[in-house]
Design a protein around this ligand. Structure first.
Ligand code: HH2
Length: 288
C-alpha cells in the first residue's frame, strides 16, 4: 500500500523520528479500574512520577489514558476523561519537554483537549469509527494516529468473538480504515496500525495474529502491538498467572520479541525496562 521502503516502520513526530529500532510506548493509565494497574497512578503526582520512571527506563512515548477499555468495562463521561488526563499531560510536558505523549481515547473532545495540552499522537482503539469528528481533528492537527482493530465494544467484546479467518479480516479492516483516513485528509505517513490484541479475540485469534503479524506489517505502515500483561498469557499453560496481570511479564516480553522479528516497531508496555532490554538484544542480533 505504501511504498516508502526507506522509512519502513518509522514515524515522524515533529522533528523526531521514531524507529526503525524498537520504540517503547509506556502505558500511563490514569484510571481507578484498568485491568492490571487500575488505581496505581490515579492522582497527578503518582501519574507524573510513573511517567518519569518510564522515560528514564527508555520509553520514547507515554500513552496516557483516562478510561479503561478492558473486557466488560463501562465508558466514563467525556468530562471525567478530560479531567483525568489533561492535568497529567500538562505536567509531563512541562517537566519533560522531550517526552512524546499519545492520548488513548476515541473521543474527539478528549483528543482535542489532550493535543492542546501537549499530546502529539492520538491512539484510537476504534480506528476512527466511534466518533465521526475524530478523523477531521487528526487530519487538521496533522498528527500521527494509531488505528486499532476491535471486534464489538469493550463491554461485550469477549463474549463470543468469531472470525472466519482472523488474520485476513483484521488486515483487511486495518487497510480499509487507513484508506478511509487518507481519503479524509490524514497523511499516510501519520498512520500506525495495531491488530488490537485481546480486543474481541480468543486466545487462538491472538496467537494467529501474533504468528502472522507480517501480514499487517506488509501493508506498509508502522505497526504497534499491545500485548502487555494481557489475559492471553494467563491462558497459555505455564506462560503467566491467570489471576494476576502483574505476573505476565515474561510472556509479554517473549511476544514482543517475536513481534519485533515480524517487523513491528512500536511496543505498548507497562514494564518498560524489561521489554526494552529484551528488544535491545533482538535489535543487536538483527544488526549483526
Ligand atoms: N490495549 C489497551 C488499551 N489501549 N491501545 C492500543 N493501540 N493497543 C492496545 O493493545 C491497547 C490500547 C488495554 O490495556 P491497558 O491500557 O493496560 O488496560 P485498560 O484498558 O484496562 O486501561
Amino acid at each position: 500500500m505504501r511504498s516508502r521502503l526507506d522509512t519502513r516502520g518509522t514515524l515522524r513526530v515533529g522533528d523526531r523520528t521514531l524507529g526503525p529500532g524498537p520504540v517503547l510506548v509506556g502505558i500511563l493509565n490514569v484510571t481507578p479500574d484498568s485491568f492490571s494497574d487500575g488505581g496505581d497512578h490515579f492522582d497527578l503526582e503518582a501519574a507524573v512520577r510513573h511517567a518519569a520512571r518510564m522515560l528514564d527506563e527508555g520509553a520514547q512515548v507515554i500513552d496516557v489514558g483516562g478510561e479503561s477499555t478492558r473486557p466488560g468495562s463501562d465508558p466514563v463521561p467525556a468530562e471525567e476523561e478530560v479531567r483525568r488526563v489533561v492535568p497529567v499531560i500538562r505536567k509531563i510536558v512541562s517537566d519533560y519537554p522531550d517526552a512524546i505523549i499519545s492520548i488513548d481515547t476515541y473521543r474527539t473532545s478528549t483528543a482535542k483537549a489532550a493535543l492542546e495540552a501537549g499530546a502529539r499522537i492520538v491512539n484510537d482503539v476504534t480506528a476512527l469509527r466511534k466518533d465521526p469528528e475524530m478523523t477531521n481533528l487528526v487530519a487538521d492537527a496533522g498528527c500521527p494516529v494509531i488505528l486499532m482493530h476491535m471486534q464489538g465494544e469493550p463491554k461485550t467484546m469477549q463474549q463470543n468473538p468469531s472470525y472466519e479467518e482472523v488474520v485476513r479480516e483484521v488486515r483487511d479492516f486495518l487497510a480499509e480504515r487507513a484508506d478511509r483516513a487518507i481519503s479524509a485528509g490524514v497523511k499516510p505517513e501519520n498512520i500506525v496500525l495495531d491488530p488490537g490484541i485481546g480486543f474481541g479475540k480468543t486466545l487462538e485469534h491472538n496467537l494467529k495474529l501474533l504468528k502472522y503479524l507480517d501480514a499487517i506489517v506488509d501493508l506498509g505502515f508502522p505497526v504497534l502491538v499491545g500485548t502487555s500483561r494481557k489475559g492471553m498469557f494467563g491462558k497459555i499453560p505455564g506462560a503467566g498467572s491467570p489471576e494476576n496481570p502483574k505476573e505476565r511479564l515474561f510472556g509479554t516480553v517473549a511476544a514482543n520479541v517475536m513481534a519485533y522479528e515480524r517487523g513491528v516497531t512500536f511496543f505498548r508496555v507497562h514494564d518498560v525496562r524489561e521489554n526494552r532490554e529484551a528488544l535491545a538484544v533482538a535489535e543487536a542480533v538483527r544488526g549483526a
